[in-house]
Design a protein around this ligand. Structure first.
Ligand code: GDP
Length: 365
């Protein structure tokens, strides 16, 4: 499952947002094979298409795609030197696919800021510096090893060494790896190090509940947006307070509440969508009488590997995929009607899956 880590300085609204995520949580029965730890929240990825498919196939169960959020508390200045939660924190964050950094953009005199004033860019830089220092440590260790190997004449080590040196220089200036302008080949070489600042990132600007319908006057948000644009990261604007209120409501009540606020979707839905976009993810579907289910894959995944998301045996024994585009299926009204029109295609091993493909895999056992 896809995992997004939530970081941020203390008192910026992380727990408030995270509690909203756990309350809005996906039905645990749908995910019997993942144990859920207290700092993990699993939410459904909003995608109405799956409910239409369930209607059409008279499926007994609907299983939306899921996204895991991990609350990675304890990042403070000095974390990379072992202050706060230090290393425990860092090992958590190494495993996530993307990092969402919550930044405080709400003024509220009643809530202390750890650094005394509201300044989201300073906050971002505190966190990013810590992450850069942690990465610097990893890259320097690697460099010591590679240097020795390079001396013995190893060709790959000789290619890697200057890349490590370049990255060390950037990290020394507190420039995250993702913002160092490295090419794909260089990033591939660094991949093994699971560097924190090489991960895809987005900023969650937490604004006051009063501003949610119109935050155009919030200068903090503007600065975060500019900062993020410069390093190629995304920004999602939410009010954690409002999210925690929405989490208490039924679906109908939540829709009415959002309408009242004059917004079209919850902050959580925005966050999920932004994470999908950031990671280049799409959904494909399987549907039958048993269940209608959405599966998450990286855009560009081929049919056998998509099948492997369901079960490794299906990938191994992959023969063909029977595929109909969701829109075609809905236009035709049923799988049979789509078949008659020739819209159900048989695709082979090289087929690149598309968003909305309704799929039936044929495989050898
Ligand atoms: P954390 O330390 O980052 O986990 O921060 P918390 O979630 O505990 O929030 C710190 C304080 O800020 C709490 O008193 C929250 O109620 C408050 N807070 C969080 N989000 C909002 C918000 O959107 N608006 C306002 N006014 N207060 C908020």
């Amino acid at each position: 499952n896809l995992e997004v880590g939530i970081v941020g300085l203390p008192n910026v609204g992380k727990s408030t947002l995270f509690n909203a995520i756990t309350k809005a949580g996906a039905e645990a029965a749908n995910y019997p094979f993942c144990t859920i730890e207290p700092n993990v929240g699993v939410v459904d990825v909003p995608d109405d298409r799956i409910y239409k498919l369930a209607d059409m196939f008279k499926s007994k169960k609907v299983i939306p795609a899921a996204m895991r959020f991990v609350d990675i508390a304890g990042l403070v200045a000095g974390a990379s030197k072992g202050e706060g939660l230090g290393n425990k924190f860092l090992s958590h964050i190494r495993q996530v696919d993307a990092i969402a950094q919550v930044v405080r953009c709400f003024d509220d005199p009643n809530i202390t800021h750890v650094s005394g004033s509201i300044d989201p860019i300073r906050d971002i830089e505190i966190i990013n510096t810590e992450l850069c220092l942690a990465d610097l440590d990893s890259v320097e260790k690697r460099k010591q090893r590679i240097e020795k190997i390079a001396k013995s004449g190893d060709k790959e080590a000789r290619i890697e060494l200057p890349i490590l040196e370049k990255v060390i220089e950037g990290l020394g200036d507190a420039i995250p790896v993702r913002a160092q302008g490295l090419d794909d080949e260089e990033l591939e070489i660094l991949k093994e190090l699971t560097l924190l600042t090489a991960k895809k990132s987005l900023y969650v600007a937490n604004i006051s509940e009063d501003e949610i319908s119109d935050y155009s006057g919030n200068e903090h948000v503007k600065r975060v947006q500019e900062y993020a644009a410069n390093e190629g990261s995304g920004v999602v604007v939410v009010s954690a307070r409002i999210e925690s209120e929405i989490a208490e409501l039924s679906d109908e009540e939540a829709t009415a509440f959002l309408e009242e606020l004059g917004v079209t979707e919850s902050g959580l839905d925005k966050l999920i969508k932004a994470s999908y976009a950031l990671l280049g993810l799409i959904n494909f579907f399987t549907a039958g009488e048993m269940e209608a289910r959405a599966w998450t894959i990286v855009d560009g995944t081929k049919a056998p590997q998509a099948a492997g998301k369901i079960h490794s045996d299906i990938e191994k024994g992959f023969i063909r995929a029977e595929i109909v585009a969701y829109d075609d299926l809905v236009t035709c009204g049923s799988q049979n009607a789509a078949k008659e029109k020739g819209l159900v295609r048989l695709e082979g091993k090289e087929y690149v899956m598309k968003d909305g493909d309704v799929t039936y895999f044929r495989f050898n056992v």
